[in-house]
Design a protein around this ligand. Structure first.
Ligand code: GDP
Length: 445
C-alpha cells in the first residue's frame, strides 16, 4: 500500500533537490504533482484540496528555515501536514473507570470485524487484560463459529448463544454478555456486530440497538482500506447511523492505493486508532499518524536529518523571529506554532528557553506545556484556515466549533489556545514598548 504514492512524492522531492531557491513557479509545479499523486492514490478530493492548500501556504509563508534546502523544506511541511491529516497525535483506547470496558465493532460485512475482534483480544490479553468476545452477528451463517475459532486462537473466552438454543436476538445476546462478563471478571468486552455488503437501514438500526443495550465505551468503525473512495461514504453513513469514536483500518497489507487511510480522519473528524495489516492475529497495531506519514514519505532518515538541521538554530533565523515577535503585531498563529514546534524539538523546555529571544518572558506559559499540549495546540492551529491563522480575531463561536471538530479537540481547547496566543502577543507588545524595540527588533538595537 502507498507504494505508488511514495514513489510519486519522492519524484517531486527529487526534482526540488537541485534547486537553490524555491520560486513560486517551482512551488506551483510541485503542488500540482503532489495533488495528482494524492488523487491517484484515491484520496478524497476535499482532503487533497485542504492538504495541498495548507502545504502551499506554509511553503510560501514565513516558515522557511535557513538550515534546510528547498526539498527538505517541502518534505518537512508535507510530512507535518500528512501527520495532521492522519490525525496528529496517537489516540489510545479509553478504558472505563468501572470495568468492563465495552468495545463495539461496526462496519460492512467483509471489512474484517471478526478478524479484528481476535486481533484486539490477543493484543489486550498480552497486556494483561482479560477480554471476552461477544458474537452479536447472528445474521451471517458461520459468523458465531468464526468468532469462536478466532477467540480460541487468541486464547480468550467467546460469549455466544448455544447452537440450536433458538436465541436469535443479537441485542439480547449483547445485553446478557455484559452481565456475564461482570460475573466472570472480564475487564473488557468486545462486541462483534453484523455487517451487510452495502449500507443498509436494518443493519444500522440493529447496530444502534446493540449500542443502546451495551452502552459502549468505544465504538470502533472497521473499514477495509482497499475499498478506496467508498470508505469515505461508508464512514459517513456509519457516523450518521451508529456514530463511532474511532476508526480501524484493515487490509493495509493490500496493494490498493490506500486513499481511505488518508481521507477518513479528515472527513469524519474521528481518529484512526488501529491498523490491521494481514490475516494473522499478530498483524495489528496501534495507529501512529507520525509513523504512517514517514512510511508514506518513505524517508525516515531524511526526516531525522531535517530535524537535526533545524535544531541548529542559526543566528539569522533568530533575528528574523525576533523582528516578528517584537514588531508591529504581525506575529500570527503560524508564527506561534512555529515557535512552539521549534522549542519542542530542541528538548527540555528549561534548557532551551535562553536560546530563544523573548521566550524567557513566556517561561511561565511554556512550563505548563507537556507534549500532549503541544500536539493539541498543533492540531488546533492546523485546523484553522490560513486567514484565521493570520487574523485570529476572526475566530468566532461557529469557527471555534468547526476548528474543535476538525482537530478532534473541544471548543474549550480552542478558546484556551486563542486566549494564550493573545496573551503572548500582548506580552510581546509590552516588551516591545518597554524596551523600545520597534519593527527592527533586537538586531538593530
Ligand atoms: P467481517 O465480515 O467484517 O467480520 O470480516 P472478516 O473478519 O470475516 O474478514 C473478511 C476477510 O478479510 C477474511 O478473509 C479475513 O481473513 C480477511 N482480513 C481481515 N483483516 C485482514 C487484513 O488486515 N489483511 C488481509 N489481507 N486480510 C484481512
Amino acid at each position: 500500500m502507498f507504494d505508488t504514492l511514495s514513489d510519486r512524492l519522492s519524484a517531486v522531492f527529487t526534482s526540488l533537490r537541485s534547486k537553490g531557491r524555491l520560486t513560486d513557479a517551482d512551488l506551483d509545479k510541485s503542488m500540482r504533482e503532489i495533488r495528482v499523486a494524492l488523487l491517484e492514490a484515491d484520496v478524497a478530493l476535499t482532503v487533497v484540496k485542504a492538504f495541498t492548500q495548507s502545504v502551499k501556504n506554509r511553503a510560501r509563508g514565513s516558515e522557511v528555515h535557513q538550515a534546510l534546502n528547498p526539498a527538505q523544506q517541502i518534505i518537512k511541511i508535507v510530512n507535518e501536514e500528512l501527520i495532521g491529516i492522519l490525525g496528529g497525535e496517537t489516540r489510545r483506547l479509553r478504558f472505563a473507570k468501572n470495568p468492563p470496558t465495552v468495545i463495539l465493532l461496526a462496519g460492512l460485512q467483509g471489512a474484517g470485524k471478526t478478524t479484528l475482534a481476535g486481533k484486539l483480544a490477543l493484543w489486550l490479553r498480552k497486556q494483561g487484560h482479560t477480554p471476552m468476545l461477544v458474537a452479536a452477528d447472528l445474521q451471517r451463517p458461520n459468523a458465531v463459529q468464526q468468532l469462536q475459532v478466532v477467540g480460541q486462537r487468541a486464547g480468550v473466552e467467546v460469549f455466544a448463544p448455544e447452537p440450536g438454543s433458538g436465541v436469535g436476538d443479537p441485542v439480547k445476546v449483547a445485553r446478557d454478555s455484559i452481565e456475564f462478563a461482570k460475573r466472570q471478571q472480564h475487564d473488557i468486552v468486545v462486541v462483534d456486530t453484523a455487517g451487510r455488503l452495502g449500507i443498509d437501514a436494518d443493519m444500522m438500526a440493529q447496530a444502534a440497538a446493540i449500542r443502546d443495550a451495551v452502552n459502549p465505551d468505544e465504538i470502533l468503525f472497521v473499514v477495509d482500506a482497499m475499498i478506496g473512495q467508498d470508505a469515505v461514504t461508508t464512514a459517513q453513513a456509519f457516523k450518521d447511523g451508529v456514530g463511532f469514536d474511532g476508526v480501524v483500518l484493515t487490509k493495509l497489507d493490500g496493494d490498493a492505493r490506500g486513499g481511505a487511510a488518508l481521507s477518513v480522519r479528515h472527513i469524519t473528524g474521528e481518529p484512526i486508532m488501529f491498523a490491521s495489516s494481514g490475516e494473522k492475529l499478530e498483524d495489528f497495531d496501534v495507529f501512529h499518524p507520525d509513523r504512517m506519514a514517514s512510511r508514506i514519505l518513505g524517508m525516515g532518515d531524511m526526516l531525522t536529518l531535517i530535524e537535526q538541521a533545524e535544531t541548529v538554530f542559526d543566528a539569522e533565523q533568530q533575528a528574523r523571529m525576533t523582528d516578528k515577535m517584537l514588531g508591529e503585531g504581525d506575529f500570527t498563529l503560524d508564527d506561534f506554532l512555529e515557535q512552539m514546534l521549534a522549542v519542542k524539538k530542541m528538548g527540555p523546555i528549561q534548557n532551551v528557553l535562553g536560546m530563544l529571544p523573548g521566550m524567557n518572558q513566556m517561561k511561565g506559559q511554556l512550563d505548563q506545556l507537556d507534549d500532549k499540549h503541544f500536539d493539541r495546540i498543533t492540531a488546533v492551529i492546523r485546523s484553522m484556515t490560513p486567514l484565521e491563522r493570520q487574523d485570529p480575531k476572526l475566530i468566532n463561536g461557529s469557527r471555534r466549533l468547526r476548528i474543535a471538530n476538525g482537530s478532534g479537540t473541544t471548543v474549550t481547547d480552542v478558546n484556551q489556545l486563542v486566549e494564550r496566543f493573545f496573551e503572548a502577543r500582548k506580552m510581546m507588545r509590552q516588551m516591545s514598548s518597554r524596551f523600545g524595540f520597534g519593527g527592527g527588533g533586537m538586531r538593530r538595537s
